[in-house]
Design a binder for this molecule. Sequence first.
Ligand SMILES: Nc1nc2c(c(=O)[nH]1)N[C@H]1C(S)=C(S)[C@@H](COP(=O)(O)O)O[C@H]1N2
Ligand SMILES: [Mo]
Length: 411
Amino acid sequence: MASLTARASDRLERAFGAARARTRTPGRRTRTTVVLGRVLGVMLIVCFATGLYSHVLQNPLDWLPLLPRPVHLYRVTQGLHVITGLALIPVLLGKLWSVYPRLFAWPPVSGPVTLLERGSIALLVGAAVLEVALGVMNIAQWYPFPFSFRAVHFVLAWVLVGAMILHIGIKLPLIQAYWRRRPDGSSEDEPTEPRTWPDAPDPDTERQPTVAEGVSRRGALIAVGSAAGVVALATAGQTVAPLAPLAVLAPRRPGIGPQGLPVNRTAAEAGVIASARSPEWRLTVVGPDGSADLSLMDLRSMPQHTVELPIACVEGWSQNAVWTGVRVQDVIALVGAGPDSDVRFTSLQTRGAFATSRMRHEYVSDPLSLIALRLGGETLDIEHGYPARVIAPGRPGVRQTKWLSAVEVTT
Ligand SMILES: Nc1nc2c(c(=O)[nH]1)N[C@H]1C(S)=C(S)[C@@H](COP(=O)(O)O)O[C@H]1N2
Ligand SMILES: [Mo]
């Protein structure tokens, strides 16, 4: 029995050694991994920070003030979130390419340090792949899973960042050693594998192929860099209008949709066509002094204001538009509430998470926050929320509730 296990282990050791020898290529060096790791680290931090910002806007913390201005802030942060999230896919793949022969290290685990090292890498890679996949599925509006996208994406983001910090800590000596290019410009650094696994005897040392042929570091970095650039360019057009013609990866593009603005959920999908067009439609306003039912004529006879504000979707697309309507603060003043109130909006749409939204006092007191009745000088198209919708500065698109039916003052 013992000899059987020894024979199997011997075979595996040889197979792993052969696999390592076969995957040897000049570009797969520690320096390559460090260069890609630096880029990936920066992209992950940008993605994490912008993601946190989006999360806070959607789940506000009582003690943290929200910023309605600059009005384009969320558009920029969320555009960056999605662009970096997609562009880091090729970088992640490149970095995995640069190290994957170490999967064939022998013995797989040689002590507590390698166990921690390999465990943290498994966590890091697993979290990164899942996180990116969930993000892509969300952009594609494909929700085959029963859990809440946002909650899981948020928790995984922390796991990912934690695993990244652990990984950087463990690899710090290598990162320091290969942070800079060699002063003489030579590529005298070590191939990734023997350097990182000094204790792994290579059974194939006698038949080692030369590392002169195969993918070079330059080739690998150029391939990864161009792939990331192409992904970024093919996405950025959904939020940077002049790049729109290139936005082949973007599900929604500026200028395409009713009244020249994309639509995320249609009136038919929301089941509001009849109720939105009904002559019986009223906006119910509830506040400290009681309630009022406003008809469209009532709203149109109040002071009208025109603002230029973007719709900035969490999915990364955004577009500026010109909106006309009544100020949120003017509407709640009718029921005795001051501009520093918090409010809740309810839609004619009865199903789904977007049927209601809250707006905190920072936005309510901002004169740019409107209950919009018009878009680009015309009556709102039903797809954009006719008869009335929310539009406010610096807010995620999901909070710009369409097809309003009620406004309630909550504090
Ligand atoms: N009632 C309701 N309002 C809604 C939505 C929705 O599904 N239902 N989608 C939101 C999302 S995710 C975005 S990005 C914006 C898009 O506005 P638009 O369709 O007018 O461009 O509307 C928001 N308002
Ligand atoms: Mo959205």
